[in-house]
Design a protein around this ligand. Structure first.
Ligand SMILES: N[C@@H](CCC[C@H](N)C(=O)O)C(=O)O
Length: 259
């Protein structure tokens, strides 16, 4: 069967997106998803996303990591699928859709997409890092000289180490630049490498840096290797709500491939 796909990127985090409203895809074929995400033998992407019908919201987002396994929430993918939903005409400039972690609102202005993230009830503070779940699990560690860090090797040790083990965590390294600006590099589980940007990752970094007092601002700028993102939020004592992730998205190309 020939499948039409669209390639999107959000600050360099790239995705294959397929309109699966007519249920054309056999979702159990995770081997084929991994092949399509392969950067040498396939289309190449950090993740594979299906847009499906939903009974209570505008559409459903189903997210797979580049390894072919369905995973938890993807923030940049959520921003890209909102732009795609507008492109195929099922929404206008505002939407509410469902993903694995629940309902998300999104607002689109030209190529810029704002995505509301789930509330975060707890930020765990440990001796050398913070840990929180922003729809996906994130380890956050402050470093100096972030540019020269070997993110793949350090990230993979943490991702497979205690207490995360096989289930794993995404790993974010962060260096403060100004009172409300942080440089971030992320090792993504399921890609098993550094990606150019991670939406749930920068959301985790913004909240963690507020929780540990490194910033007092509730509008935090995050500089990733793939571009700039912004996270705004309200602090409600222990946790955070009204969390919005904002940044650019782009449709890179459309293609056809055998499924
Ligand atoms: N790129 C994503 C995160 C995708 C999920 C992650 N790899 C995991 O398995 O936890 C983002 O933009 O949030």
């Amino acid at each position: 069967m020939t499948m039409t796909f669209y390639k999107y990127q959000g600050t360099g985090n790239d995705f294959i997106i397929v309109d699966n409203r007519l249920k054309i895809i056999n979702k159990k074929d995770t081997k084929r998803i991994a092949e399509l995400c392969d950067r040498r033998f396939g289309i190449g992407a950090d993740g594979f996303i299906l847009l499906e019908n939903d009974k209570i919201s505008d559409f459903k987002m189903v997210y797979y990591n580049a390894d072919g396994n369905e995973s938890t929430m993807c923030g940049n993918g959520g921003r890209c699928i909102a732009a795609f939903a507008k492109f195929i005409g099922i929404i206008d400039n505002e939407t509410e859709f469902v993903a694995i972690d629940g309902l998300h609102k999104a607002k689109i202005e030209n190529n810029n997409v704002q995505l509301q993230m789930q509330d975060v009830s707890e930020v765990e503070t440990h001796a050398n890092h913070l840990f929180l779940d922003t729809g996906s699990p994130h380890h956050v560690e402050t470093v100096s000289d972030i540019k020269s860090l070997d993110v793949k090797s350090l990230g993979s040790k943490i991702r497979y180490g205690q207490p995360y083990n096989e289930a794993g965590s995404n790993v974010n390294f962060v260096e403060q630049e100004t009172a409300d600006t942080f440089a971030v590099r992320t090792y993504e589980r399921g890609v098993e490498d550094e990606t150019l940007s991670c939406g749930t990752g920068v959301t985790a970094v913004a909240l963690a840096m507020h929780a540990n007092g490194k910033t007092k601002s509730n509008s935090v700028h995050l500089k990733t290797p793939g571009g700039k993102l912004n996270v705004t939020f309200k602090c409600n004592g222990e946790g955070y709500n009204n969390i919005w992730l904002t940044g650019p998205t782009e449709q890179v190309f459309k293609g056809e491939v055998e499924w």
